[in-house]
Design a binder for this molecule. Structure first.
Ligand SMILES: Cc1ncc(COP(=O)(O)O)c(C=O)c1O
Length: 322
């Protein structure tokens, strides 16, 4: 039984995008999970709601997690720890010299929150996580390990719940969506939405735009999350897994590399809708969505984009916009 500790501020709003709808000849809506606090929010807050439920169950008092120096998940985990009176260690993975890390965006926020930071090469991630866990245990602490990106069954619960919120949203915007798009990384968010869609049928198709993984490995991770949740809740995993669509062809230059096409889309959404996207996740996702619609000649459909947050990464990369 998973329980929720309310870190996120729910429900988030669902808004129509009138200008983008006019320009791109589809009816676009956006679900504002970028506003699911603590500010500046993001999809990891919904996942952490259920991860914190597990932390509470185990009576743990020190969170350990990992990610890149610009990880939104690390930022929200650190904020969650402080909010609920827990300690926190972030194992940041980079092959850069720590002194060369851009002191901005999420990295600046980790420093502001004054949580413990250890920087290791990516290849040493698991080793460093285990070493921190053992070290804390030996000093009498009760540490809790959270996977990179909040991947896992607890996080899936957060987005199954988001789907029931979307079901309530569509009562105000008549009819269900033809497509729901999102930027997909570890795949937990997409897995939760797919299970929720089986239960509530909010969209005809859910399409994950990969920000990093290739189609095979990305789909596999989503399917693993679906299996785990469905085993726990007695749902037909095989039927739900048939709906996994994870597209890797809009990754541009690769994870974390800033693309000119993505910058153009971010500028356009900012100017036309007053909504800020970031260049690594949501800008990439929005760009992938527009490209997919155009490449497949899809028009006059009702489209939802899930805004999963990432605002600090926009400020991290302001130089690329000059
Ligand atoms: C802003 C943003 N959007 C999307 C994602 C992808 O979410 P998931 O890992 O659940 O696929 C992340 C994950 O890091 C993120 O930070």
């Amino acid at each position: 039984m998973y329980t929720r500790v309310p870190l996120s501020d729910l429900p988030t709003s669902l808004e129509r995008m009138p200008e983008i709808s006019r320009i791109y000849d589809n009816d676009f809506y956006i679900k504002r999970d970028d506003l699911a606090g603590p500010e500046p929010g993001g999809n990891k807050a919904r996942k952490l709601d259920y991860i914190l439920g597990e932390v509470k169950k185990e009576n743990a008092n020190h969170l350990i997690t990992t990610g890149s120096p610009f990880s939104n998940h690390c930022r929200l985990t650190a904020m969650a720890a402080l909010k609920f009176g827990l300690d926190c260690t972030l194992i940041l993975t980079t092959d850069q010299n720590p002194s060369e890390i851009n002191y901005g965006g999420n990295y600046f926020i980790y420093d502001l929150l004054d949580v413990k930071i250890k920087t290791v090469p990516l290849a040493k991630r698991q080793e460093a996580m285990q070493a921190e866990y053992s070290e804390l245990k030996s000093t009498g602490k009760k540490p809790y390990l959270i996977e990179a990106g909040g991947y896992g069954n607890a996080g899936t619960h957060g987005y199954v719940e988001a789907a029931s919120e979307l079901k309530a949203d569509i009562n105000f915007h008549p009819g269900r969506f033809d497509y729901l798009f999102l930027a997909s990384g570890t795949g937990t968010t997409q897995a939760g939405l797919l299970i929720g869609n089986y239960l509530h049928h909010m969209a005809e198709s859910i399409i994950g735009i990969s920000v990093e993984a290739d189609e095979n490995s990305g789909s596999k991770k989503i399917k693993n999350c679906i299996d785990e949740y469905c085993n726990e809740n007695n749902l037909p995993a095989d039927i739900i897994k048939q709906d996994v669509i994870f597209i890797d062809k809009y990754r541009g230059k690769g994870y974390g590399k800033i693309d000119d096409e993505v910058i153009k889309v971010i500028r356009e959404i900012a100017k036309k809708e007053s909504i800020l996207l970031d260049p690594v996740y949501t800008g990439q996702g929005f760009y992938g969505m527009l490209s997919f619609l155009q490449n497949n000649n899809i028009r006059r459909k009702k489209i939802l984009f899930l805004h999963t947050g990432g605002l600090p990464i926009l400020f991290n990369n302001s130089e690329s916009f000059k």
